[in-house]
Design a protein around this ligand. Structure first.
Ligand SMILES: Cc1cc2nc3c(=O)[nH]c(=O)nc-3n(C[C@H](O)[C@H](O)[C@H](O)COP(=O)(O)OP(=O)(O)OC[C@H]3O[C@@H](n4cnc5c(N)ncnc54)[C@H](O)[C@@H]3O)c2cc1C
Length: 557
């Protein structure tokens, strides 16, 4: 990949006003396109593949806040079609160690998790894209060079800040030759194979690759009692010394995930019939089954050293790779896309302060670091790398059934959750509210500025939205307690809110949610909560003037 200027005579496609490029039509690129279009931004999606060629279930478990993003941009079918589950059971050999139910700090009609194949998710996102006149998708367009837009005004070198004055420009290889394409900004969502683009942007990808291999089989079978829960087995007799994870999927499919030898050869296993034996050990000797998809994976723990270079924003697997236990891959790529989209939209609309675009890297790297910490701890527990760690694992597992202290140490994957932007430069901390850090497994985060707004249904409410989160996606939302004078708040904010930017001020009591959100936030009568367009809270102020300062901060001033 080079950054040489285009040879003379190469056709070029200059950006029509405000167009944004999305490189990669995987689920993260699709989400970025839909989120940008939701802000009224025209989008051109470029993908190297000749057409959609869906493979297997891959990103199977999708978390509620991600379903919410998709619902907001016309892909609510993912939540509707997915198989709903909220219970997770963990076993050691043949005994159950513990069970927990995924919490909901609010009372949303969206399920805590659904299982649905990545192939179907991509199809649903494609359908939403096809129905959106602001999005154009060009398959067979491999981006082979970055030719402009990498100079920034802030951060180190060309990273961070406003992204510079020059538009994002790329060179594409197509069946008809090379062409140069331009956009105001570009979201790079080129996935785990996007290394050449990272290199072209001067971005390193440090981290590690785990030696161990995992076999994933989607099988169609009738497994009664297993249809609505995640089951994780440590050292089952059918995979001694290792583990097996079982997930139900729509259409009577179950995903079984075994840790296997590093030199495991799937083709050989199939030929020798040992794959059948392996499956039969789990499902029993007599049950009928059919293999829908099988694949072997090795996992990585890596993060790009920059998520923004000039006008290019890295999102999804091209920016971070994590082991899938906990389902933190696509479930963190989607918030990357949403975060980049609202900030790019605000910049294009003239609503952003000088620090807003640069906060993308800060916020999403912090989220990626959290995901790396969580998933790497899981991998270290699942596949201990030293004798001492292996001993610790056996000790913890054998004591966990009777001892809650040891049960708390069993790590079968902490399930994906929305990141808390507690320390973000866009968040105004509230000195009255203390952040104790990552909540224990199965618990909701303490309500402090930075956590995502709990959601609840609002049937028949006068504001017209069906869920509380539906009120925040078009601009900024302020929720105030009973003791606050709404007119005074609107008056004070009118001086700081950019012209044309939607801002809604509502009392908690007007939400029509039966007080669920106020209760979940432990909101008091004199409080003013500021909510960003991605539903994260940004401040809990106590005066309209303090709120006005927080509004300027969340806009990047
Ligand atoms: C076995 C397994 C299980 C998983 N389970 C889960 C799970 O349960 N939940 C979860 O959240 N995540 C899960 N994941 C992770 C999830 O699959 C990924 O996070 C997700 O696919 C990332 O999407 P993406 O859009 O970033 O990348 P991709 O899906 O890889 O898409 C990248 C796109 O970019 C295109 N592209 C690449 N280079 C160029 C270029 N130069 N020019 C133009 N186009 C280009 C490619 O053609 C491709 O279409 C799992 C992953 C694996 C492997």
């Amino acid at each position: 990949m080079s950054d040489q200027p285009m040879p003379e005579g190469t056709p070029s496609d200059a950006a029509p006003g405000g167009r944004v490029l999305v490189i990669g039509a995987g689920p993260v690129g699709q989400t970025a396109a839909l989120c940008l279009a939701r802000w009224g931004i025209p989008v051109l999606v470029l993908d190297a593949r000749p057409a959609r060629d869906p493979v297997g279930s891959k990103a199977l478990c999708q978390q509620r806040d991600v379903l919410d993003v998709w619902d907001a941009c016309g892909a609510g079918a993912v939540a509707r079609e997915g198989l709903v589950w909220q219970d997770a059971r963990t076993f050691y050999r043949d005994k159950e160690l513990f069970f927990y139910r995924i919490p909901d700090p609010g009372r949303s009609s969206l399920p805590p998790f659904v299982n649905i194949s990545q192939a179907r998710t991509e199809e649903i996102l494609d359908e939403a894209i096809a129905g959106n006149p602001l999005i154009e998708v060009r398959w067979g367009h491999e981006v082979v060079a970055i030719t402009g837009g990498t100079g920034g005004t802030g951060g180190t070198g060309g990273t961070g800040g406003q992204g510079g004055d020059e538009p994002a420009r790329v060179r594409c290889r197509t069946a008809d030759g090379e062409t140069e394409i331009e956009g105001e900004y570009a979201v790079v969502a080129a996935g785990s194979r996007g290394g050449a683009l990272r290199e072209a942007l001067g971005v390193a990808f440090p981290g590690r690759t785990f030696e161990d291999s995992f076999l994933i089989c989607d099988i169609e079978a009738k497994l009664k009692g297993w249809e609505n829960e995640r089951r994780f087995y440590f050292d089952p007799e059918w995979n001694p010394g290792r583990q097996v994870l079982i997930h139900p999927c729509p259409g009577g499919i179950f995903r079984i995930d075994w840790q296997v030898d590093t030199d495991f050869d799937l083709a050989k296993e199939r030929k020798k019939g040992t794959l059948d034996k392996r499956i039969r050990k789990v499902i029993g000797r007599k049950r009928k089954y059919r293999i829908d998809w099988a694949s072997v994976y090795r996992f990585h723990a890596r993060m790009a050293d920059h998520f923004q270079v000039g006008r290019f924003f890295l999102a999804g697997d091209v920016a971070h790779l994590v082991a899938p236990f906990g389902a933190r891959g696509l479930n963190s790529g989607v918030p990357d896309a949403e975060n980049a989209a609202w900030k790019i939209a605000f910049a294009l609309k003239g609503w952003a302060g000088p620090g807003l675009l640069g906060s993308y890297e800060w916020e999403r790297q912090a989220a990626a670091r959290e995901n790396l910490a969580v998933t790497s701890a899981t991998m270290d527990f699942l596949v201990p790398q030293t004798k001492a760690a292996a001993k610790h694992r056996v000790r913890v597992l054998s004591r966990a059934r009777k001892d809650p202290g040891n049960a708390a140490l069993v790590d079968s994957g902490r399930l994906a959750e929305a990141f808390w932007y507690v320390d973000s430069p866009l968040t105004t901390a509230d000195p009255h509210r203390f952040w104790p850090g990552r909540p224990p497994r199965g618990a909701s985060p303490t309500p402090v500025p930075g956590v995502i707004l709990p959601d609840a249904d609002t049937p028949g409410a006068a504001h017209g939205a069906t869920r509380v989160r539906g009120l925040c996606r078009d601009g900024l939302l302020v929720l105030v307690g009973e003791a606050v004078d709404v007119h005074e708040v609107e008056g004070v904010l009118s001086d700081v809110v950019p012209r044309g930017m939607p801002l809604r001020v509502l009392r908690f009591g007007e939400l029509g949610d039966g007080g669920v959100v106020a209760h979940a936030l432990d909101a008091r009568a004199d409080e003013l909560w500021l909510v960003r367009p991605d539903a994260h809270t940004a401040a809990c102020a106590h005066t309209p003037e303090a709120l006005a300062v927080a509004v300027r901060r969340v806009l990047g001033h």
